[in-house]
Design a protein around this ligand. Structure first.
Ligand SMILES: O=C(O)CCC(=O)C(=O)O
Length: 262
């Protein structure tokens, strides 16, 4: 089975959800008319950016506005959407949360970032999630990860030992650590023998310049597609059969010795 995937990497407007909703609506319209993918992926915190000090004002109450907006687009274009992540206001605080919609507009996944990134003050303004990132998309077991999560191979392993074949990563990854981004994503694909589909943002905010370089990597670790540092729609086609092929050729999931890893 082949799937066409579009990662929409763009320059998020700092602290301006309305402008970002409008931008994403136009980008999805363009993506669908030019490429008709099966799945669209957006970056991390795409409604607000890292405007953390104003989250109380601009975070989305229980994610309701985002969910309605994405649901309508998914139905209108009959497309699955990994809706990056957004600042979701809950009674316990604000989480950095991914919503996943299928092409009928049903919500099929929700994941809140587990590892908060202290270098960008996330721990001061955000609450960590506590659930795994599993969902099933087009009958394929998949998982969502958010940015800093990719530095924790044990977290990702907890998803791939349970069957994940595609790892969707959404990010606001800064340019000075571009080579970490590339190396970590390629490593996660090789060691887990899964597809990695990673969507990063471009541009800058008052504190950081971001790397772009959204990437799609196959289970052998080969790069299927990679964007540059500017805004673009990165299109790729993935062949799901490759996951089982690679897992058969080098059977790491059978050869693991977890009793020695404690
Ligand atoms: O780990 C890194 O270097 C970047 C992480 C990050 O920017 C984030 O989690 O938002």
């Amino acid at each position: 089975m082949n799937l066409k995937i579009a990662c929409i990497q763009y320059d998020i407007e700092f602290g301006n959800p309305q402008a970002n909703f409008e931008r994403v609506s136009k980008e999805i319209e363009k993506t669908m008319s030019q490429h008709s993918p099966n799945i669209i992926v957006l970056p991390e915190l795409w409604t607000t950016g890292y405007d953390l000090t104003r989250l109380n004002e601009i975070a989305d109450d229980n994610g309701e506005e985002t969910k309605l907006f994405i649901k309508n687009l998914a139905i209108q274009y009959a497309v699955n959407i990994i809706a990056g992540s957004v600042a979701k206001k809950t009674p316990e605080g604000v989480t950095n949360t991914m919503f996943v919609f299928n092409k009928s507009g049903e919500i099929i996944g929700e994941y809140s970032k587990l590892h908060l990134f202290q270098l960008m003050d996330e721990h001061l303004y955000l609450q960590s999630g506590s659930e795994k990132g599993f969902f099933t998309i087009e009958n394929i077991p998949a998982s969502g990860m958010i940015c800093y999560d990719i530095r924790f191979p044990e977290w990702i392993r907890a998803h791939t030992t349970a069957g994940t074949e595609i790892l969707f990563v959404v990010a606001e990854w800064p340019l000075p650590r571009l080579e970490h981004w590339r190396a970590l994503l390629i490593s996660r694909a090789i060691e887990n023998q899964c597809y990695v589909v990673a969507c990063n943002r471009t541009g800058s905010d008052p504190n950081n310049q971001f790397a772009g370089h959204s990437m799609v990597i196959d289970p052998w670790g080969s790069i299927v597609a990679e964007a540059g540092t500017e805004s673009e729609i990165l299109i790729s086609e993935i062949e799901l059969g490759k996951v089982q092929e690679v897992r058969k050729q080098i059977p790491i999931f059978q050869d693991r010795r977890p009793s020695f890893y404690k």
